[in-house]
Write a new protein. Structure first.
Length: 234
């Protein structure tokens, strides 16, 4: 991993450790700390989070891994469909919040928490029937993106599929953000963090298909978020 990628990963972990207590506000309140959001109407974030929760409910099943699970916000929407759930995140503060959610749902017997970097963990091949990566791809450089899809290819069972949900690129976002680069985030307590962020559009999905040898189906393409699913044929 390059020096830039190591610094990028460290900055992301520091940011999400600090943001853990307010992480779910983007879904429930349509707000992101004290800083400006790319889309001014909070109802859009809330409505699209609700739409994504229904997609997740239909997708996640069997032996499932939630990569960059954060606080486990999506867990209540899919847990009943899964026989075993692995929740992975680098942020210990996020996983502490996730542990509380697991207890409240009374599903400790089927959940395992991993506080690790997905790029460092040694996974068993073909260990999972489905994989969810929520708002993770947008924090990866193109080089790390390729490594991530190789990991997915290794860990999924034959016929297994992945679901990616993340931030979509739009003309509305272009008024305030760059499509790729470092941006400042301000939390509720006023603390500031610089994080690396990418946004994706349909053209990016076509490039991924060509580059990594899978077909992506677009399940949701809104003003704030997108959801795509794919699988590996060989």
């Amino acid at each position: 991993m390059s020096k830039m990628d190591r610094e990028l990963r460290t900055s992301i972990v520091n940011y999400y450790n600090a943001r853990a207590g307010e992480y779910e506000e983007i879904y429930t309140l349509g707000k992101l700390g004290k800083g400006p959001v790319s889309i001014s109407d909070p109802a859009i974030y809330k409505a699209e989070a609700k739409a994504l929760s229904k997609l997740i409910n239909r997708f996640c099943h069997g032996k499932h891994i939630d990569i960059a699970c954060g606080t486990g916000f999506w867990l209540p929407f899919y847990a009943q469909n899964c026989t075993k759930i692995t929740l992975l995140d680098q942020s210990q503060q996020m996983l502490s919040m996730c542990q509380r959610k697991i207890r409240s749902l009374k599903i400790e017997d089927k959940c395992s928490l991993l506080c690790e970097d997905v790029f460092q963990h040694r996974f068993e091949p073909m260990a999972f029937d489905s994989a969810l990566a929520g708002f993770f791809l947008s924090h990866l450089t193109p080089k790390l993106e390729g490594r991530f899809f190789q990991i997915l290819k290794t860990i999924l069972t034959p016929g297994g599929r992945f679901l990616i949900i993340d931030s979509i690129w739009s003309t509305e976002r272009a008024k305030q953000q760059k499509k790729e680069g470092w941006q400042e985030r301000t939390l509720n307590d006023g603390s500031r963090f610089d994080i690396y962020k990418r946004y994706f559009d349909k053209g990016d999905f076509r490039v991924m298909e060509s580059e990594y040898g899978f077909h992506l189906s677009i399940l949701h393409a809104g003003r704030a978020f997108f959801a795509v699913t794919g699988g590996f044929t060989s």
